[in-house]
Design a protein around this ligand. Structure first.
Ligand SMILES: [Ca+2]
Ligand SMILES: [Ca+2]
Ligand SMILES: [Ca+2]
Ligand SMILES: [Ca+2]
Length: 318
C-alpha cells in the first residue's frame, strides 16, 4: 500500500532531507508532466514507475510517498500501476489567478532507496469560463448634436481563462447609428469603444438599444453579452412651427368684447424648455394693439375693445 495524503511535518521533512543528503547517490531526479484542469479525480497524470525505472513489485515493498507542496493533496500514486493520478478536482482559475503558467510541485520519496524525486505538473487551461461583463445593462447618455466619429469607452468583459481561452474579440449589434472600435491596451488587453457612426436626432429616436458581445478564442467559443441603452439628450435644434402660416378670421363688428377670435398654435419638437412655446406679436399697428390682445401662453387672440367697421375693416398682425 502507498501511503498517500499524509501531511509531513517540518521536522519530519528536515530529518528526511538530512538523511537523504547524507546518503546522496545521484538519485535526484525531476519529472515533468502536464494535465488539463478540471479532469475527474483519479485521472492519469504520468507513469512515475516507468519514468523512474522502478520495478513495480519492488516498488510495492518499499515505502513510497507523494508529498504535495501545498496544503491540498492534489496527486496520488496509484498502487498497482505506479501511475501518478489526480486526487482532487484542480481548478486552474482558482489556483493560479495571476500567473500565466500554472505549475504544481510534489515529491515522490522512495524510502527504501533513500531517494527523492521532484515532480512538476503543469495544469493546462481548458475553456471552462465564458467572458462576462460586470454590468449587463449599461446606459450611455449622448447629446443629439454629438459629432459623428465621437468615441465613448465601454467597460470590457472579463474571462479568467488563459491565453486564447480568454476574451479575444468584441462585436456590436442593434443599430446603424453606432459602430465599434477596439483599442489595444499596453498589456495587450482589448478595450471596446462605442463610435457614433451616424448623427443622432432625439426627435426621431430618443433611445437606441445595442448589444455588445465578447467572445473568447476557445473551440467552441464562449460568449458574454451586455445591453447598451443609449439615451439621446435633447438639444434645442428645432424652431416652433405654426399650424398655419397665415390665419384669416372674419368677424361681425358686433362680436362681444372678450371673445376669442382665433387661437394660433405652434409646436416645437424639442423636449422640455427647448420645446416650450410662447407667443408674442412682432408687428402690430397702434390701433390694432388697442383692439386685440394675445395670450402669450395659449396663443388666443381676444377682443379687448368693440370693433367698429368705420374705424377699419382689416387688421394685420404678425
Ligand atoms: Ca477552471
Ligand atoms: Ca473562456
Ligand atoms: Ca480554464
Ligand atoms: Ca432637439
Amino acid at each position: 500500500m502507498w501511503v498517500v495524503g499524509r501531511h509531513w511535518g517540518r521536522r519530519e521533512r528536515a530529518l528526511l532531507w538530512g538523511v537523504l543528503v547524507a546518503t546522496w547517490d545521484a538519485a535526484w531526479g525531476q519529472l515533468r508532466y502536464s494535465v488539463p484542469e478540471e479532469v475527474p479525480k483519479g485521472s492519469f497524470v504520468g507513469d512515475v514507475a516507468k519514468d523512474l525505472g522502478l520495478q513495480l513489485p519492488t516498488l510495492q515493498d518499499r515505502g513510497v510517498r507523494v508529498i504535495d507542496r501545498g496544503r491540498t493533496q492534489y496527486f496520488a500514486l496509484h498502487g498497482k500501476t505506479g501511475h501518478l493520478v489526480t486526487a482532487e478536482r484542480i481548478d486552474r482559475e482558482q489556483l493560479c489567478t495571476t500567473v500565466q503558467q500554472c505549475v504544481l510541485r510534489c515529491e515522490v520519496i522512495v524510502e527504501g532507496e533513500m531517494q527523492i524525486y521532484e515532480i512538476e505538473v503543469e495544469i493546462t487551461d481548458i475553456n471552462d469560463n465564458a467572458p462576462s461583463f460586470k454590468e449587463v445593462v449599461l446606459e450611455e447618455k449622448i447629446s443629439e448634436v454629438t459629432a459623428p466619429g465621437s468615441r465613448f469607452p465601454l467597460a470590457g468583459a472579463h474571462d479568467p481563462d488563459s491565453g486564447s481561452n480568454s476574451v479575444q474579440s468584441y462585436e456590436l449589434s442593434g443599430d446603424k447609428h453606432f459602430s465599434l472600435a477596439v483599442q489595444t491596451g499596453p498589456g495587450g488587453d482589448q478595450r471596446p469603444e462605442l463610435v457614433l457612426a451616424k448623427a443622432l436626432d432625439r426627435e426621431e429616436a430618443a433611445f437606441h438599444e445595442l448589444v455588445l458581445r465578447a467572445s473568447d478564442g476557445g473551440e467552441p467559443a464562449r460568449t458574454g453579452t451586455a445591453r447598451i441603452r443609449v439615451v439621446v439628450l435633447d438639444a434645442n435644434d428645432n424652431a416652433p412651427v405654426f399650424s398655419q402660416a397665415e390665419y384669416t378670421v372674419r368677424v361681425p363688428e358686433d362680436v362681444p368684447v372678450g371673445s376669442t377670435l382665433v387661437m394660433v398654435t405652434a409646436t416645437d419638437a424639442d423636449e422640455g424648455l427647448n420645446g416650450h412655446v410662447e407667443y408674442s406679436l412682432k408687428k402690430i399697428t397702434e390701433i390694432a394693439s388697442q383692439i386685440f390682445q394675445l395670450d402669450s401662453q395659449t396663443g388666443a387672440i381676444t377682443l379687448v375693445r368693440s370693433l367698429d367697421f368705420e374705424d377699419g375693416d382689416t387688421y394685420e398682425v404678425e
